[in-house]
Design a protein around this ligand. Structure first.
Ligand SMILES: [Zn+2]
Ligand SMILES: [Zn+2]
Length: 397
């Protein structure tokens, strides 16, 4: 099944894919609240005559095509949006204040529905099973982990999994990824620094958590610059600082939030323990108390199977040429596709959407982020080509 044929077919219903994407874009829903998005996915699958199970991990959907004999490949999309107020220059802007599809998960869901339509039209040619995974809560809620725990990789056993992410670091018409670790392990972080409040003009009668928090913020950076091997990537970013309400009052406490990124789970564990020590001891030295808390799930690093990335690159090269397939360095972004590749070989690929002619120049997670919609049929076709070629390879053993 060659990519070019699939792209030409997907182009015949490009408007359908784009409309699905825009419908989802207008009504962004945050993690585990993807009720309308999930309903749209289910309605579309029903219209296409594809059986599915819904309500997995709250809003997740698992559709199945093909015959139950033979190998099994899964294709995955995520459905959740971000708490960002959209400022993009598009006429289908988010209708929900403070929420936006700024990571392109609306594109991912629409592309996978496009793939569903392509697969349905050639279902008799599927020799094996193709599972379509529409998951909730990629942005910090570990929706992929809950989908996995529900057993979506079992019965039949998934032998390969594939996921696409719209990729502002590559031009439209290109793909980027790598064999091995592609995306980082990620853990969010909260630190509560407790002091003793009082009049700002009488600091000697207080224990100031603001000054202490400033020291903790600076000192955490020395874990990166003085403790980590300079050739081993590590990021510690403190991204929220909350404390105090008045110019002339020293507050009781300050709360910090942030994230840690590493390229291995072992390094993550070691850094988390050092963050705890550093925060605690600086707080003690300043007569405060620090409580370090790691809320939510830690994401493992996303590691691509070398064979799976080779296959994805080959499919793309055959259609667009060798210069359009980029070997990316590892990226310190986290991605819960990692929960699937922990268990089965797979590949997570960046699908280029950088297109200055269409004003698509902002990065994901930016309020002005805008995806180049002309790549959506390419993504749908790529999913399907990957599934067919994988089933072929797996059958051949
Ligand atoms: Zn994101
Ligand atoms: Zn994303």
């Amino acid at each position: 099944m060659d990519l070019g044929t699939l792209i030409r077919e997907a182009r015949t219903f490009e408007d359908w894919i784009v409309e699905l994407r825009r419908t989802i874009h207008r009504k962004p829903e945050l993690m585990y609240e993807e009720v309308e998005t999930s309903a749209l996915v289910q309605k579309t699958l029903r219209e296409l005559g594809i059986p599915f199970e819904a309500g997995i991990a709250e809003t997740g959907v698992l559709a199945t095509l093909g015959d139950s004999d033979g190998p099994c490949v899964a294709l995955r999309a995520d459905m959740d949006a971000l708490p960002i107020h959209e400022e993009a220059d598009v006429d289908f802007r988010s209708e929900v204040p403070g929420k936006m599809h700024a990571c392109g998960h609306d594109c991912h869901t629409a592309m996978l529905l496009g793939a569903a339509r392509l697969l349905k039209s050639r279902e008799s040619e599927i020799r094996g099973t193709v599972k379509l995974v529409f998951q909730p809560a990629e942005e910090g809620g570990a929706g992929g982990k809950r989908m996995r725990e529900h057993g979506i990789l079992r019965a039949p056993e998934v032998q390969r999994i594939f996921g696409l992410h719209v990729w502002p670091l590559a031009d439209s018409g290109e793909i980027a990824s790598r064999a091995g670790t592609f995306l980082a392990a990620a853990a969010s972080l909260e630190i509560r620094i407790q002091g003793k409040g009082g009049h700002a003009a009488l600091p000697h009668l207080t224990i100031d958590p603001v000054v202490t928090s400033a020291r903790i913020i600076s000192e955490l950076q020395t874990i990166v610059s003085r403790e980590a091997d300079p050739l081993t990537p590590l990021v510690i970013s403190i991204t929220t600082v909350h404390g105090g309400d008045a110019h002339n009052v020293i507050p009781e406490e300050v709360k910090l939030g942030g994230t840690i990124r590493t390229l291995s789970s072992e390094h993550m564990t070691a850094v988390q323990s050092r963050v705890r020590e550093v925060a605690d001891r600086i707080a003690v030295a300043n007569r405060c108390q620090a409580e370090v808390h790691y809320p939510g799930e830690d994401y493992p690093p996303t590691a691509n199977d070398a064979e799976c990335w080779r296959l994805a690159g080959d499919i793309w090269k055959d259609e667009f040429g060798g210069q359009t397939v980029h070997t990316s360095p590892p990226i310190m972004g986290g991605e819960d596709f990692a929960f699937y590749t922990e268990e089965v070989p797979g590949c997570f690929v960046g699908l280029g959407i950088h297109n200055p002619d269409e004003g698509c120049t902002f990065s994901v997670h930016h309020p002005k982020f805008k995806a180049d919609e002309s790549v959506l049929p390419l993504g749908s076709a790529m999913h399907v080509a990957y599934a067919f070629r994988s089933l072929e390879e797996l059958r051949a053993g």
